[in-house]
Structures are given as structure tokens and as C-alpha cells.
Design a protein around this ligand. Structure first.
Ligand SMILES: C[S@@+](CC[C@H](N)C(=O)[O-])C[C@H]1O[C@@H](n2cnc3c(N)ncnc32)[C@H](O)[C@@H]1O
Length: 280
């Protein structure tokens, strides 16, 4: 990892704080037990062509770095907080997410393991965004992991906030449900929007759809007093979701170009620029 020498730049944008700087440096300065929900997708160390960050450490160094980051995330997370870690391996390097999750065992309870499904075939009907892969040995990679970590594994979640209607309506009364809504389960089908240009992908090689952090925030439950953190903000998807959920966001991004993209996305959601100021 190449840590920048300059001081982090901070900006307040509505109810959010955007920081252009190194996650580790910024996290170390944050108050303990100050964050309600962390949703993040760190670099996966799979050689993605980011603007400035080199996504190609030795695996051992990458894991050590991620552990140090997660130690800080544990420190800043409130006792009843949730940490949603989105990560994936590749067909050739399938172990990395599992290795990381195993290394995090001493720090967190794994309260839920969610599979984010990006593309799906039901019978002969296909759904979602399919990324073709030419291979004689690997299946196409259609999913990623979302590890829901908490301090003790006992955080109360709002399962029905992202629930689905019953197919068999007789189950509502038979199973004593107050309304036509059941738990969605831990496989979440959240496709990317189909885009044709890099601009529509925010000129970023590794975004997640806003629906993913949106579902995490709804599951944990947030309101106008909640603070949501993404230490690897990228194009700003988590803060877009936080804005939609009416929560306060803190986003940290190393790359100035992605930082500006995140700021522009958030600004586009704001009715006015009141309350905005910049300082370094
Ligand atoms: C997988 S991407 C996050 C994408 C984001 N979820 C989105 O939807 O746009 C990881 C991001 O981490 C950033 N990054 C890498 N090292 C960093 C560091 N030390 N501190 C802060 N951000 C970093 C990269 O520039 C990249 O934008």
C-alpha cells in the first residue's frame, strides 16, 4: 500500500463528512465506539486497475494490513454496531475471503454470512448482470460475500425491513405473522444496473450497487442519529445509501479522482448546498 504523505482533506456535505486520505491514518484519529454501522468493500488484492492504488500486495501483507484496518474498525464500532464487509476472491484465488474471515475470528463474531448474488439463472430464465468468463475449468463467478460482523453476535436486526411477501398467504395466519412479510434469508439478489460506458460506472473498476449498502443499513436499522462509515468509499455508493436512509455518513477514500466522484454523486442528491464547508 502506498500511504500518502499529505494531510487528509475533509469536507462536510449536508449530513456527511468526506475525507480524501488514507483509511488507516484517518481511522486511528477517530473516537472509539463512535460508529453505528460500517459498510465497506476494501480492495480485494486481485489486481483491479484502480487509478492510484496498486491492488497487488503479497497475500500475507494484504491480510496483515486488512487485520490492522479491522482492529481500528472494531475500536470505532459501537457495542451494538454492525460491520458489513463485502469481499470476493476470484476463480483462481478463491481462498482469500475465507482466510480473511478466519483471521477476523478473534476480533468479531460472524453474526450473518450473506451471499450477494449478482446474476442468477432460475430454470432457463436468467437475471442480472452476467460477466462472461472463458474457461474449461471454472464456472462464472456470480456472487460475492458480505460478512456481517458484530462484537458479540447478538445485535438485534430488522429482518423484515428487507423482507419479502409470503408466496403461500395461508402461512401469515398459520405462523402468527402480523403482516405479509417474511425474512428474505441470507442470499441477496442485487444486480448491477446495465451500463454502456465507464462514466456510468463512475470511472471506477470495483463499485457495488447502492442497493447493497442500502440493504445492510436497512437490516441494521438506521435513523437521523446514526453514523455510517465506509473507510474505502470509492465512488461513494455507501454514502449515497446513507443519504437515502436519512443517516449521517463518513467516507474515506485515498484516490482524489474517486473522492471527487463520490462528492459529485452526493452533491447531486442534495437540494441545496447549505451547510457545506471545506477545510484541511
Ligand atoms: C472496492 S473499492 C470500493 C468501491 C465502493 N464500494 C463503490 O461502490 O464505489 C476500494 C476503494 O478503496 C480505495 N483505497 C485503497 N486503499 C485505500 C486506503 N489506504 N485508504 C482509503 N481508501 C483506499 C481505492 O482507491 C478504491 O476506490
Amino acid at each position: 500500500m502506498t500511504a500518502p504523505k499529505r494531510r487528509a482533506r475533509r469536507e462536510k456535505l449536508g449530513r456527511h463528512v468526506l475525507i480524501n486520505g488514507d483509511a488507516m491514518t484517518v481511522l486511528r484519529r477517530m473516537n472509539a465506539a463512535s460508529i453505528d454501522v460500517i459498510v465497506t468493500s476494501p480492495p480485494y488484492n486481485i489486481g483491479l486497475p484502480y487509478n492510484s492504488y496498486k491492488d497487488a500486495m503479497a497475500d500475507a501483507d494484504y491480510l496483515d494490513w486488512m487485520i490492522r484496518i479491522c482492529q481500528q474498525l472494531k475500536r470505532v464500532l459501537r457495542p451494538e454496531g454492525s460491520f458489513f464487509l463485502n469481499i470476493s476472491g476470484t476463480s483462481r484465488r478463491p481462498w482469500l475471503p475465507f482466510e480473511l474471515a478466519m483471521r477476523l475470528q478473534p476480533l468479531f463474531s460472524l453474526q450473518n454470512h450473506i451471499i450477494w448474488v449478482k446474476s442468477l439463472a432460475i430454470g432457463d430464465v436468467t437475471h442480472g448482470h452476467f460477466k462472461p468468463l472463458n474457461s474449461t475449468r471454472f464456472l462464472n463467478h456470480n456472487h460475492e460475500h458480505v460478512f456481517h460482523f458484530t462484537h458479540e453476535g447478538a445485535v438485534v436486526i430488522d429482518r423484515l425491513a428487507i423482507g419479502v411477501p409470503f408466496k403461500d398467504k395461508s402461512n401469515i395466519a398459520r405462523r402468527n405473522h402480523a403482516r405479509d412479510c417474511r425474512c428474505r434469508g441470507n442470499t441477496w439478489y442485487i444486480p448491477y444496473e446495465t451500463v454502456r460506458t465507464k462514466q456510468q460506472k463512475f470511472m471506477h473498476p470495483g463499485t457495488f450497487p447502492v442497493g447493497l449498502p442500502g440493504a445492510c443499513l436497512a437490516l441494521h436499522g438506521v435513523d437521523e442519529n446514526s453514523i455510517v462509515l465506509d473507510p474505502f468509499l470509492g465512488s461513494g455508493s455507501t454514502l449515497v445509501a446513507a443519504e437515502g436512509a436519512g443517516a449521517n455518513g463518513i467516507g474515506i477514500e485515498l484516490d482524489p479522482t474517486y473522492y471527487r466522484t463520490a462528492r459529485a454523486r452526493l452533491r447531486a442528491l442534495m437540494p441545496a448546498r447549505a451547510g457545506e464547508n471545506a477545510h484541511s
